[in-house]
Design a protein around this ligand. Structure first.
Ligand SMILES: Nc1ncnc2c1ncn2[C@@H]1O[C@H](COP(=O)(O)OP(=O)(O)OP(=O)(O)O)[C@@H](O)[C@H]1O
Ligand SMILES: [Mg+2]
Length: 329
């Protein structure tokens, strides 16, 4: 976590092809991204027999990793069991992964934690000033939230990341695929192509690397997030973008009476995203809207939507306006 505040005035935040862009680089041919290698099976987990394994499979949990990142509350409902049993399965999956050295032990010595941080990758945002703010680019093992008013350039940054992620690690990318979850219908492949061309990248390769999912309602989004581990493996993605995380929930859960339910659902998704980012060593980028804050007499009268749930979940929060970008933590 960064505990410094920094701002970059006149930051590039809209176009991928202005003065602030990084030098263009050749892309490399796609190579296999190093995701945790698991040849473990669900039935290797202590206490899981064929009947439970079948139920888990029917609920879409086909690998030990899927189970390890599942929420025990949701799992209990999905496989019709008690919360305690579901929690035992999830803990069992995590223990197996830990014993097999796929994920970290519960306690790490600081030097081992440092080694883990070294495995972290950074993906250039395509803007030199913004990369400086991030000390090199957006990080894996973290959730980065861009929030700002409409037209402030959130989706443009997401489109640019689609192009930069495919670049080689030496060139500031992650040599990886991208999963783009579009909840607002604003993903434009032609814009990604335009940005890739402007940077002298192989636009065909870039476009092939981006797996887009258009999501129409909040339940669909929750389902996609739930199965994200599988898609990350399938598309060899090191970057998952959700543009935006909140619009569907905000539109569907209206009125004070539904607020608790909405926040609970958002919380579930965000925690899943944090677990995925850490376990799969992937970067998660989410965008968020702003809401007016009528009690503000001085300064910015807007704040990020989603309340404390979103505020406490993202590792980095970036406030964005057409003129200014600010890293908040
Ligand atoms: N194809 C394009 N070429 C150049 N500039 C563009 C293009 N598309 C959008 N822009 C510019 O980028 C700016 C930011 O748009 P963007 O869609 O990223 O905003 P946003 O923050 O995602 O807004 P919203 O909250 O409505 O989703 C727009 O004001 C527009 O001027
Ligand atoms: Mg947008």
């Amino acid at each position: 976590m960064i505990d410094r505040r920094a701002s970059a005035e006149n930051e590039s935040n809209s176009n991928g092809d202005n003065d602030d862009t990084l030098p263009s680089h050749e892309t490399t041919t796609p190579s296999t991204v190093s995701l945790p290698m698991i040849d473990l099976e669900i039935h290797d987990i202590e206490g899981i027999g064929p009947t439970t394994a079948k139920k888990l499979k029917e609920a879409g949990i086909v690998s030990v990793m899927d189970l390890a990142v599942a929420s025990s509350e949701e799992l209990a409902i999905d496989i019709n069991t008690s919360k305690e049993s579901a929690a035992t399965f999830v803990i069992g999956a995590q223990r197996l992964l830990r014993d097999s050295k796929v994920i970290d032990k519960e306690f790490l010595t600081a030097d081992a934690a440092l080694e883990k941080r070294k495995a972290m990758l950074r993906c250039s945002t395509g803007s030199r000033a913004l990369d400086e703010l991030f000390l090199g680019g957006i990080e894996t093992q973290a959730v980065t939230e861009f929030y700002g008013e409409f037209g402030s350039g959130k989706s443009q940054i997401c489109h640019t990341l689609c192009a930069t992620a495919r670049q080689s690690i030496d060139s500031g990318g992650m040599d990886s695929g991208v999963i783009y979850i579009d909840t607002e219908g604003t993903f434009r492949p032609e814009r990604v192509e335009q940005i890739a061309r402007a940077r002298g990248l192989d636009h065909r390769l870039v476009l092939k690397s981006v797996a887009v999912c258009k999501v129409y309602n909040s339940s669909h989004l929750e389902l996609i997030v739930k199965d994200l581990g599988r898609y990350v493996n399938e598309f060899k993605a090191k970057l998952v973008i959700i543009d935006s995380i909140i619009s569907l929930h905000r539109a569907e859960f209206l009125g004070r009476g539904t607020l608790a339910n909405r926040q609970q659902k958002l919380n579930g998704m965000l925690h899943k995203l944090i677990r995925l980012a850490e376990i799969f060593n992937i970067a998660v980028v989410i965008t968020n809207q702003v809401q007016s804050s009528p009690d503000t007499f001085f300064g910015d009268p807007t704040k990020a939507a989603g309340g404390n749930i979103l505020g406490h979940s993202a590792t980095y929060r970036i406030s964005q306006s057409p003129e200014r970008i600010e890293l908040q933590r």
